[in-house]
Design a binder for this molecule. Structure first.
Ligand SMILES: [Zn+2]
Length: 434
């Protein structure tokens, strides 16, 4: 562990620490001469236990847009040393600001995340997340340096160059979106580099991905490879909010000493019963430039029961089940793209790339899934695989899904940024063609 004492605090001591930090934060926020914070805290009574956090108002994504660019800041601009931005779905991006302390915290939680997947100072880590305004590249980068490992800031794109570099420099770790990691693995195999690679583990986040996709990714390098999930979002800090450790597949430890998690019913905002799925809500306890109270992440997850074999005492959230915003409503049935992915990826004969098309040309929307065969030896079995997948999708999502199975490489890949998986079809042009 990178910070063993902190990461193994008893639950009682952790709660005291969280309460103290929350109280300090609220005291600081109350002194600010800020219209945003005065309005946010109006009517909030003083309290001193983190268990009472539900007395605080939620924060919604729209507030970042409404206060763009600096309305939520709690530190003067001369204390801000960096900003990142996430692309908004419409209009202005979301700006997030960091003080010197925030940048140090960002490095610390990423160093802790890297150590949790098994990284040490001896590792050489290729960072194939995009650098720039997106938090992924720089977040992992400073985490690698803080850990004392070697950072290779490869950024996204250019897979041929990237796999040759990985082989030459002896990269042992990879940080990339799961979809780009698969592109790299395919390219390494195609370029005959598999034997030369020293990769041992990968940190893969920024897109939700299923256990079936993990199996494909872990088997794609032709050597033992440990693929682990990382969770984060720029509104909170970026990557490094939660990490799936080497020993505890399936759940992600939240760095609760800095980010307080709750899970609520996305419709009512009320807490769900322990272990039930709901929307993750996060409060930053220690951020300086731009703290956030009870941020509605729109990510659907649940708390995992039991202790983790790794010895960390922080609560774990399940790997994401979907986004409240991504939920598709097809013929009155709620469907998460992630559920469809799970069915497509669990089939041994499918490759790791897929696309979901919502065909809105008719009166009622229709779903189509496009997937490719795992290898050329399977060519000829397309119809068989398609029938099997359509039957499983009917059982799982209770919807008729048109399944189109093509040869390996037939589904377009995303080489830069987050993979686009869901496409809308509104006219007769193929939505995947552009
Ligand atoms: Zn663990």
């Amino acid at each position: 562990m990178f910070m063993e004492e902190t990461e193994t605090l008893s639950r009682a001591r952790l709660s005291v620490l969280q309460s103290q930090r929350l109280e300090d934060l609220l005291n600081r926020l109350r002194t600010l001469d800020s219209p945003y914070w005065k309005a946010k805290l109006a009517g909030v009574k003083a309290f001193s236990a983190v268990e009472e956090i539900a007395a605080l108002p939620f924060t919604e994504k729209a507030e970042f847009r409404d206060t763009y660019p600096y309305g939520m800041l709690t530190a003067p601009l001369e204390k801000v040393v960096r900003v990142h931005a996430s692309s908004g779905t419409s209009g202005k991006p979301t700006i997030v600001a960091y003080t010197q302390d925030d940048v140090a915290l960002f490095a610390e939680v990423n160093a802790r995340a890297l150590a949790a997947v098994g990284a040490t100072a001896a590792d050489v880590v290729q960072i194939s997340y995009g650098y720039g305004l997106f938090t992924g590249g720089l977040g992992l980068h400073y985490g690698v340096e803080r850990l004392g490992a070697t950072a290779v800031p490869a950024s996204g794109g250019n897979p041929g160059f990237q796999v040759a570099l990985m082989a030459d420099i002896g990269a042992t770790g990879l940080a990339a979106t799961p979809s780009f990691a698969l592109i790299l693995a395919e390219r390494a195999a195609a370029d005959g580099l598999t034997e030369k690679l020293k990769l041992d583990w990968g940190i893969h986040g920024a897109e939700p991905w299923s256990e079936g996709l993990r199996d494909k990714l872990e088997n794609a390098w032709g050597r033992e490879y440990h693929a682990r999930d990382i969770y984060g979002l720029s509104e909170i800090i970026g990557p490094g909010v939660a990490i799936e450790c080497r020993d505890g597949k399936g759940g992600m430890h939240v760095f609760e000493d800095h980010f307080f998690p709750e899970i609520v019913n996305p419709a009512t905002g009320e807490p769900v019963a322990d272990g039930e799925p709901g929307e993750l809500v996060l409060t930053t306890l220690t951020k300086q430039a731009q703290p956030v109270l009870r941020y509605r992440t729109r990510d659907i997850t649940r708390f995992m029961p039991g202790d983790c074999p790794c010895g960390r005492t922080s609560r774990r959230i399940a790997r994401l089940e979907g986004r409240a915003d991504d939920m598709l409503i097809i013929r009155g049935i709620n469907v998460y793209p992630r559920t469809i992915e799970t069915v497509l990826m669990d089939d041994p004969d499918t490759g790791a790339n897929y696309a979901i098309i919502v065909d809105r040309r008719g009166e009622l929307p229709e779903l189509e899934a496009r997937v490719e065969l795992a290898h050329t030896g399977l060519v000829g079995s397309e119809d068989q695989v398609a029938t099997r997948l359509a039957e499983r999708l009917m059982e799982t999502v209770r919807l008729r899904v048109k399944v189109d199975v093509g040869p390996p490489g037939s589904v377009p890949r995303t080489e830069v940024g987050k993979a686009k998986r869901v496409f809308e079809q509104t006219d007769d042009t193929d939505p995947l063609a552009s």
